[in-house]
Design a protein around this ligand. Sequence first.
Ligand code: BGC
Length: 246
Amino acid sequence: MNVFGVDIGGSGIKGAPVDLERGDLAEPRHKVLTPHPATPDGVAGCVAEVVEHFGWSGPIGVTFPGVVTGSTIRTAANVDKGWVGVDAAALIGERLNGLPVTVLNDADAAGVAEMTFGAGRGRKGTVIMLTFGTGIGSALFIDGRLVPNTELGHLELDGHEAEKRASTKVKEDKDMSWEDWAHRVRKYLAHVEMLFSPELFIVGGGVSRKAEKFLPLLTDVRAEIVPAGLQNNAGIVGAAMAAAAR
Ligand code: BGC
């Protein structure tokens, strides 16, 4: 069965029909740039554009880079604050002539996909997926079961929010070397490990494509650390899985 997945990110909004048996995109994804400011109406219009590009009519899963309870957005660290309190499924559904929409946190979606089809497949115990991008997202699993909306990117690190020190955006904005950035990521992982003692960290986001540049530098962390298996498509796949599970 195919279900449509859309991943709303700080820089791009991308989507594709997902083959849920294979846990992979059924067609090459389509991407549009995230509008700035990333207002509810602007972003909903982009999501509709991505879906309409494929002439899709069926269930749609959508990730959002903030806390989502039910389908209501509760936080919006890296998008327009006008999102807070918005029923995102209703808003996006309206733009798509009433197609059924399911919304969940972006890192939770990526984690769900990784636990089923990627690097976390079959893993028991405590597993933490961390996505590095505009912010830092987290997904916490206990024996394969998600604890939603953990928001570990906002933990304090050296007197700042961790994502303001160690996201990929910070690395790019400050033109940091892999060594300097990995030093911050290592400190962050050590902190998360101190709190949760996971068996496994799954590192996702666009940067997981360049895992060889920084994973070897993440020493002093007891837990195993692996790159995301689905790389940057995990959010799209997880969004589609959530829509199918509804
Ligand atoms: C948000 C999270 C999100 C992460 C990655 C953070 O700023 O608070 O909800 O998962 O960025 O997009």
